[in-house]
Design a protein around this ligand. Structure first.
Ligand code: CUA
Length: 162
């Protein structure tokens, strides 16, 4: 088979570019500890507010016996509930999020928190916040006309007794 010299050159260029991009992605995934959420747990989104883990009284920030923190949240058009989260700094945090309606995203810039919130599944992400301050929390999957307004914030406070 005859391959034109110019064609060959561009084949090599595209292969090098592909390798470079995979390299950059791999490097940042490892360096910033980014990995796809691997939790697969199903839930009945129609009955979120009626029974089980995601009823209103059970939402929010809870300190576990081992000192870590668990945050339970519902994403629904167009907001995250509860709307304001206060989380201690320097503490392992586990987010558990469920959608009450359609596909949403959960993204906190400058952290490893980024996941889809798929109706029928519980999204789980682990992190910790090294510094005191405020972080925006936003939906990054188009979920309808109010998508642009679907955001709230996380306030990181001083660790108790720290
Ligand atoms: Cu929820 Cu976009």
């Amino acid at each position: 088979m005859h391959i034109d010299a110019t064609e060959k050159k561009w084949v090599i260029v595209s292969l090098v570019m592909t390798a470079l991009m995979i390299g950059v992605l791999t490097f940042y995934a490892v360096a910033s500890n980014i990995h796809p959420p691997s939790n697969v747990e199903t839930i009945n989104s129609d009955r979120l507010h009626v029974e089980g883990e995601f009823v209103e009284d059970n939402l929010g920030v809870k300190t576990m016996p081992d000192g870590s923190v668990e945050v339970r949240m519902v994403a629904a058009r167009y907001g995250f509930y509860p709307q304001l989260l206060e989380i201690p700094a320097d503490t392992p945090v586990r987010f558990r999020i469920a959608s009450a309606d359609v596909l949403h995203g959960f993204h906190v810039p400058f952290t490893n928190l980024a996941t889809m919130v798929v109706p029928g599944y519980i999204s789980e992400v682990n992190t910790s916040f090294p510094r005191v301050g405020e972080y925006p929390m936003l939906c990054n999957e188009y979920c309808g006309l109010g998508h642009d307004h679907m955001w709230s914030k996380i306030v990181i406070v001083e660790k108790a007794g720290g």
